[in-house]
Design a protein around this ligand. Structure first.
Ligand code: ATP
Length: 202
């Protein structure tokens, strides 16, 4: 059984994932996979080079992420072409990692699990767990974690679903506006519930 875990920027996805991992649950991270599929020399990176041009590569052979990001920001067709290459590769690697998981259930963390429906990650999941926090909390925590400007965080939030819309897609919602202890206290019964769904609670 796969639980999809999502939430807006700074909502606490990593904090929740870390707690599940401490309980022995395998956590598969779509962001990590998204980086891995375009690793230097990978078939996916080669396809991107063929589609967009040699400029996508740095002299080291690695993808020039900043250049690709800037290009697709201004060229919607290039973004579609890029995603048509990367999304199936990400889904395949996620599927492979989930198939290798040996914990009673697994967690698939993806920031855009709901937004990027065409990527097909949500349909690998039997349930969706949303980590929810107010926009103020998101701003404070995301800016406190790394040096991203408020403007940049707000721009990312504008590209993500508003809270209410995201929560509508959830089977389970956890509120992470208080302490980590309170987050964990909400995750514990969910973990028991997921174990019972997976038939692993006896
Ligand atoms: P992103 O989408 O940007 O990767 P995220 O949803 O994974 O973010 P986290 O990295 O888990 O969010 O949390 C953002 C920051 O807030 C981190 O520094 C984390 O330690 C902190 N944090 C998360 N939950 C709490 C909490 N309940 N109390 C205090 N700090 C928290």
């Amino acid at each position: 059984m796969v639980i999809g875990l999502t939430g807006g920027i700074g909502s606490g996805k990593s904090a929740a994932s870390a707690w599940f991992a401490e309980q022995g649950i395998d956590v598969i991270d779509a962001d990590v996979i998204a980086h891995a599929v375009v690793a230097k020399g990978s078939p996916t990176l080669l396809k991107i080079q063929e589609k967009l041009g040699d400029w996508v590569l740095l002299p080291s052979g690695e993808m020039d992420r900043a250049a690709v990001r800037a290009h697709v920001f201004n060229h919607p067709a290039a973004l579609m072409a890029l995603e048509a290459i990367t999304h199936p590769a990400i889904r395949e690697m996620a599927k492979r990692q989930l198939a290798n998981s040996r914990s009673p259930y697994s967690i698939l963390v993806a920031p855009l699990l709901i937004e990027a429906a065409e990527a097909g990650l949500a349909n690998l999941c039997q349930r969706i767990l949303v980590i929810d926090a107010t926009e103020d909390t998101q701003l404070v925590r995301a800016s406190g974690r790394d040096d991203q400007s408020m403007a940049k965080i707000k721009a990312i939030m504008a590209n993500q679903l508003p809270r209410a819309a995201r929560n509508e897609h959830a089977d389970d919602v956890v509120c992470n506006d208080a302490t980590l202890a309170e987050l964990h206290a909400q995750l514990a019964p969910l973990h028991q519930y997921y174990l019972s769904l997976a038939g692993a609670d006896d």
